[in-house]
Design a protein around this ligand. Sequence first.
Ligand code: UDP
Ligand code: MG
Length: 339
Amino acid sequence: MPYLSVVVPIYNEQDNIPQLWERLGKVLRENFQGARDWECIFTDDGSRDMSLKLLTDLAKGEPRIKVVEFNRNYGQHAAIFGAFAEVSGQVVVTLDADLQNPPEEIPKLVAKVEEGFDVVGGWRQGRTENDSLFRTLPSKIVNAITRKTTGVKLNDYGCMLRAYNREVIDAMLMCKERHAFIPALANSFAKRITEVPVGHAERAAGDSKYGVWKLINLQFDLLTSFSLLPLQMLSVVGVIISAVSILFALGLLVYRFLHPEGTVQGVFTLFAILFFMVGLQFLAFGLLGEYIGRIYVEARDRPRYMVRKVHQAGGRRPEPESSRLQPPVSRLSNSPHPS
Ligand code: UDP
Ligand code: MG
């Protein structure tokens, strides 16, 4: 039974996998042996390149590697969930495949979990030099909003180099929502949370899978899954606008009495105000739509991802049923190895 489970989501990372495993494998072999054995779980999130082949080849030579093969691309967080469903270690570490997160930091994170923390986040140092402003600015905003909506004061929510106590993983697996943002979700189940500074490098090869649009979506995931504040703000804005318009009407009335002969003025000012209000209303619709859309997606209750196969040399070693609180609910596996 492994002690440490390392989870890596993979989507079109063929150029990074060899180097990743060289460094990651070395760290694991050198720091975790005997009673503190390790396992490494890669999720192939529907890659279109040679990633799956590279991973299954790795798994053939190392029985401690498991490869969870998805039938298509479901996104980074779904990929991590897919691997979580397979972990058996006491401590679970997640990591990006592009070597932006140095694997050498893993022992440091694990040591923090051993100190008694439930969640240990990486806090990326030296980000501004290695990432473009285009990429850091959105994350800064995401971090700020996340801090506000989740109420947990952390510096870096976007870093996926994180370590978790197994109980937190089991709790997360019980969550069925599709729009889950793992770092924030984990914090909602953790009692003791901390951050450790970790290195941060440039992406070793390939392109970032996050465009501006995906980032905006991620932000909405965060906002809508952890807070009803935006909905409540809608009513507040409504009240403010009504109050202002009452004042405005009163002002017009007074003007009418002071200048009975005066003609209508400020038509264009009124247009400006009107357009502003119309814009605001559409914004509000949009926001309502986001929530409703998410309710719709959750109500359909489709599986978060589908596993085509779990690759492991020597077959999967099934876990004793009692070691898990409850089987992950939204998992639909057609794996040939019965668990
Ligand atoms: N990833 C994934 N599925 C996706 C997009 C990304 O599994 O749909 C993986 C990707 O292979 C990488 C990690 O998630 O290991 C982070 O992706 P990326 O480096 O593109 O994100 P960024 O560092 O730009 O936030
Ligand atoms: Mg990256």
